[in-house]
Design a protein around this ligand. Sequence first.
Ligand code: UFG
Length: 332
Amino acid sequence: MSILVVGGAGYIGSHTVDRLIEKGYSVVVIDNLSTGHRAAVHEKAVFYEGDIRDQDFLNNVFDNEKIDGVIHFAANSLVGESMEKPLKYFDNNIGGMISLLKAMNDFHVTRIVFSSTAATYGEPEQIPIYETDAQVPTNPYGESKLAMEKMMRWADQAHSIHFVALRYFNVAGAKPDGSIGEDHNPETHLIPVVLQVALGQRPELKIFGDDYDTPDGTNVRDYVHVIDLADAHILAVEYLKNGGKSDAFNLGSATGFSVKQILEAARQTTKKEIPAQIAPRRAGDPTTLIAASDKARKTLHWQPNYDDIHDIIQTAWNWHVKHPYGYQDRKA
Ligand code: UFG
């Protein structure tokens, strides 16, 4: 089977491409390299550099390549940035989905697995969060992903493009050998920021608020390993290939860790001091996000392998120690 991975040079995309190739799939990658890295693209993947909002470019890829299914990662994904630049999020995320669905319809490609997010739920009604819970985003990032989910529903109804929306919770970790990993610039995600402090690249961790309604006052998130997440995409591709109907699935570990707990776990794993200081809340942050992932386990037969936060942090640490400046050190 040949899979088009849109956004395959990014963090989650590159790990998914790696797993697809390990499992014998042919892979075509599209990435505009706005946040992805050329060096993260697997050497066995066919690579096209370009922006999916450019319909001619996209159609050309669909014309040149045999594509049995699409996995779509290409989007801006920072909650904080989206509060400041909402139109960037609507333009890139929603705009990209429009051209992608058009090309799929024109070239008769009828399966898509999509990176959705816990951010589509907003401030949850209950913990853990179920797929059937209300989706009321508290930030433009979540709003853009919710709109993209809805676009796929209508495209399914009109054009029989079947989809799986995977609603990720907090993705972390890296391939254990440290060869690929998370490299954002600027980095804003908690675990890589903490590890950059451990490496001495930042003076301290700023904890965004300790007055939330949680046991220690800091936000609680559900961390899932990037390779477990990658495997869920492959299971979703197979589910659609086997005639599974369009649906959405949460991907999380069903366990929550506060910012302070992550900090403590990182101190234990890295054996570094990691200074931290309380800072004001960050706009758009929900208090607690924990997934009920029973549906993915039951329907997609998803079985995450990483259930210890120390192991997740350890794999991220392997990458950071090996590549303290990320992919930069691999530029020609
Ligand atoms: N945090 C800090 N200090 C930092 C960075 C983060 O205290 O320097 C806190 C945040 O306030 C938040 C938690 O750590 O409470 C996690 O923050 P991240 O930025 O790592 O992740 P988010 O929860 O904001 O968002 C991530 C993805 C989104 C996704 C969401 C779903 O970036 O794309 O998880 O749960 F939607």
